[in-house]
Write a protein of this length. Structure first.
Length: 179
């Protein structure tokens, strides 16, 4: 016989563990983002002070134009570096969240499969059709989720490749602009 309370309690334990992992991961990623932003603010402040000091010591228009070009290029490089690092942090976080979701789904399907199996063994005679229908429905939903998960991974990989290519092109264009 199936003890629904035991299964319910086990699902709750797994859900609490997953929620704890999710919360810890969220805090860790918030810390990384905070550090990135603080570092970007420090760099922007230092570049601003340096630029102001350089502009204050300008003696002619040519020198002012050279300083302007230098700091414009430096700003573009800083923005590219910031956006690249931000994208890397987001990609890493997405992969970790996906891992937790996949782990949760695997645990859930394993638990439900065990419940269905136990229920089928203790089902009354003549309920084979209903049990098989439940098993078939569960198998179909699991297969559908697996296909959805594979498609999502492909989309994420394509988007990642596109963003990395765009970042590489921007870096190349900035380097060519310097020359």
């Amino acid at each position: 016989m199936i003890n629904a309370n035991e299964h319910f309690a086990e699902f709750n334990k797994v859900n609490v563990a997953n929620a704890t992992k999710f919360a810890a991961l969220s805090i860790e990623n918030a810390e990384k983002l905070f550090k990135l932003n603080m570092n970007a603010a420090r760099i922007a402040f230092a570049q601003g002070v340096e630029g102001a000091q350089a502009a204050a010591s300008v003696k002619d228009v040519q020198e002012l134009l050279a300083i302007r070009a230098k700091y414009a290029e430096s700003g573009v490089q800083s923005a590219l570096s910031y956006s690249r690092t931000l994208y890397d942090l987001a990609s890493e976080a997405q992969a970790e969240y996906s891992s937790i979701a996949e782990e949760s789904w695997a645990s859930y399907t394993k638990g439900v499969a065990a419940i269905v199996d136990k229920a089928s063994k203790s089902a009354p005679a003549g309920s084979d059709v209903a049990v098989n229908a439940i098993k078939s429905t569960f198998a179909a939903s699991t297969a559908a989720f697996d296909q959805f998960q594979k498609a999502t991974k492909q989309v994420v990989n394509i988007a990642d490749a596109s963003v990395r290519a765009a970042a590489a092109n921007a870096t190349t264009a900035t380097a060519k602009g310097r020359k």
